[in-house]
Design a protein around this ligand. Sequence first.
Ligand code: ADP
Ligand code: MG
Length: 247
Amino acid sequence: MSELVIEGLHVRVGSQEILRGVDLRVGSGEVHAVMGPNGSGKSTLSHVIAGRPGYEVTAGTVRLDGKDLLGMPAWERAHAGLFLALQYPIEVPGVTLVDALSVAFSAMGRDPAEVPALVAAEARRVGFDESFLSRALNVDLSGGERKRCEIVQMGAIRPRIAVLDEIDSGLDVDALRAVAHRVGELSVDPGVGVLAITHYNRLLSELPVSTVHVLSAGRVVASGGPELALELEGTGYVAYEEQAAQP
Ligand code: ADP
Ligand code: MG
């Protein structure tokens, strides 16, 4: 049983406070959605959890199974069991998916010889063309292919906790279904705890979530069951924006 615990997180970029006190808990096998309008701080949250430079944490903690993630370099966070799928996966010229995962497997004490068969099986599950496996990571891939590629990695690594930033953006309906289905399966077996950050409700029509959080102007202003996402579909974020504007 693992748990990602975010408490009182305040984050600044330059002189601007982007996250203004975020509290979230995600346990093994749970699927949480963080929804919010553009600019509410969703990607900032994923970048800070990932350890991307340029973000100043002024208060609060992010812990995985009691270990302080914020004090760790990015690779150590991965070693602790965290997986991050970024909104814009980066291109890595000269390094294939199999190369990258082989290094990760060695670092985790797993046998890199398992990687080729594992990624081939994961690729088939989400309809990721196997010819991409031997090409440079994310180079010349479409947005949708990059997202499938992220889920292939998640399936091979089987992290404790996965933070997925806009995993649904740029996917057509079939790809969305395949990706959401695989994420849902991984939440059941091996019981990955998932924090799915999304702008749109449509991910939630394919991925069963236990909890929905609304992020607005850097704060979680509402949390509830899946019905909250349906409510947002009708009302939009406006009501929550007024709430978040309070000092
Ligand atoms: P979301 O993912 O919810 O759309 P972001 O976290 O990307 O929101 O951005 C939240 C706010 O922080 C925006 O106003 C954005 O302009 C600002 N911001 C994010 N990253 C940076 C950065 N590196 N430099 C300056 N401003 C940033
Ligand atoms: Mg974003």
